[in-house]
Every structure is written in C-alpha cells, then in structure tokens.
Design a protein around this ligand. Structure first.
Ligand code: 13P
Length: 269
C-alpha cells in the first residue's frame, strides 16, 4: 500500500480547488462572478473554474492574464464528427481549457455513462493535452451496504486499465453522491479513508501516484474545507454550490493553502 504521504511533500501536489458551476448562471452573472474572484487573488493554491460550454469564450476574456485557469464539465469520447449535441475535447483546447471534468455522478446517472465511457473520455482529454478530473463516488445505499470501497475501485479501475501508466496525469475527485448538494459532508476521516484506498489503487498502476492530486467534493464550504484539506491524501476540492459565490469560494481556496502550509514542503507556487 502506498504511503499516505503525511507531509504531502511531493512537488506535484500543489493544492487544487476547482469550481464546478454545473448548469448555473447567466453570461452576465458569470462575468461578474469572475471579476469578484479575480479581486480576491492571489490564493496560493491552484484555482480553476469549470463553466458551462456557452460561457467559455466569456470566461477566457475574464480570466486571461489571471492566475485562475478554466475548464469544462464534460467532453465527448469521440473525435469530431456526426455527434449532435456533443463537444469534442479538441474544441475545448481552442478555448485554452486546462481541465475537463469527466464521470461526474450527475452524468453517470442522467446520461447513463458507464465506467468504460468515462475512461474513454479521460483518454480523449489526455490525448488533447487536457487534464481530466475523473469523478468517482458511491450512493448512500452503497455506503450503508459497506460497498463504498468496491464501488470507487471499480470506477477507477476502468480508468487505470484504459490509461495505463498515463493515469498519473489525471486528477481524481472523490465525490460521495449522498454529499453532493445535500449539505451532508463526508467527515474528514470518511473522506481520507476513501482517498487512501484510491491512492493505493493508483500506486499499483503508477510509481507517480504519490504525486497525484486527489480532490474531495460534496458540500464543501468555507466552514468545513480546512479540516477536509488537512487530511494527508486530500489535495483540494471540487466545489459545486459554494463556487457560485466569490467570497465563499475564495475562502475555500485559501483553506487549501492554509492546510498545505501546515504540511511543510507541500505548497509549491
Ligand atoms: P456541491 O459542492 O454543491 O455539493 O457539489 C459538489 C459537486 O458535485 C462538485 O462537482
């Protein structure tokens, strides 16, 4: 089993906080949100926002020249072609996206995305120089049935097998479905336990697992962020609702920095 790297001393593990706006906002509110966020810089941690596709061009204009990067919430597993309604990974590169979320539970559930489909999306993202943020997580029923570990391992396994040693280039987000948008947050200990399992699984596939960023997502707020991010295998957050408020999101980004500063050697800017 890979070490939990209590010092978080790997240079690759600069804390990362990503805002997932989901299907929220307007063009005007998005621009206003980003202006307010820029006014809060610098954060110390790496910060990114994943916006709805139609707002990408505005986000580029709002964030270029800032320290905040941007990305999308999904991409196709296919090359450009006759795929109505889909968006190719290569198209996202035209907008300077750094990240793309794949396998969010809302897509796994509402769009019937299989583990292999998610893995194929991750592969397509990497092929075009995007960093996929691969989401895994269990339902409440699965947790109660003590299936959490087997569910997240199964979800990650498809990605590991598809990407091979390149799996070290992804970011993984553990998002327990019961914690998403519910106000119920996994305790830091619950989240750490799953992160530790995921890092061990990654270590079996890549010697670089100790340098990978594993994020927690699910009702992260300014109030609970520090305790979560202080866990040895939690390297930041994937934030939904709280990323729509500049002051709340900024506080979460600073919590990631603060937690890292308490782990000497963790924060590389
Ligand atoms: P909330 O932070 O709103 O719970 O959403 C979490 C999430 O799904 C981020 O991808």
């Amino acid at each position: 089993m890979v070490s939990s790297t209590k010092s978080k001393s790997h240079p690759g593990r600069r804390p990362l906080v990503v805002g997932n706006w989901k299907m929220n906002g307007t063009r005007a509110s998005s621009v206003a949100l980003l202006a307010a966020l820029r006014a809060e810089e610098p954060f110390g941690s790496e910060v990114s926002v994943c916006c709805p596709y139609p707002y990408l061009a505005d986000v580029v204009l709002s964030l270029q020249g800032s320290g905040i990067s941007w990305g999308a919430q999904d991409c196709s597993h296919l090359d450009p072609g006759a795929h109505t309604g889909d968006v190719a990974a290569v198209m996202l590169t035209e907008f300077g996206c750094r990240y793309v979320i794949v396998g969010h539970s809302e897509r796994r559930v509402h769009h019937a995305e299989s583990d292999q489909r998610v893995a194929d999306k991750a592969r397509m993202a990497l092929a075009h120089g995007l960093t996929p943020i691969v989401c895994v997580g269990e339902t409440l029923d699965e947790r109660v049935a003590m299936l959490t570990e087997s569910i997240v391992k199964r979800q990650l396994s498809a990605v590991v097998h598809t990407l091979g040693h390149c799996v070290s280039q992804i970011v993984v987000a553990y998002e327990p479905i019961w914690a998403i948008g519910s106000g119920l947050t996994a305790t830091p200990e619950q989240a750490q336990a799953v992160h530790s399992v995921l890092r061990a699984q990654l270590a079996a596939a890549s010697t670089l697992a100790g340098e990978m960023r594993l994020l927690y997502g699910g009702s992260v707020t300014a109030a609970n962020a520090h305790a979560l991010f202080a866990q040895p295998d939690i390297d930041g957050g994937l934030v939904g609702g709280a990323s729509l408020k500049a002051n709340e999101f900024s506080a979460i980004c600073r919590a990631a920095t603060g937690a890292a500063l308490e782990s000497p050697g963790k924060l590389k800017t």
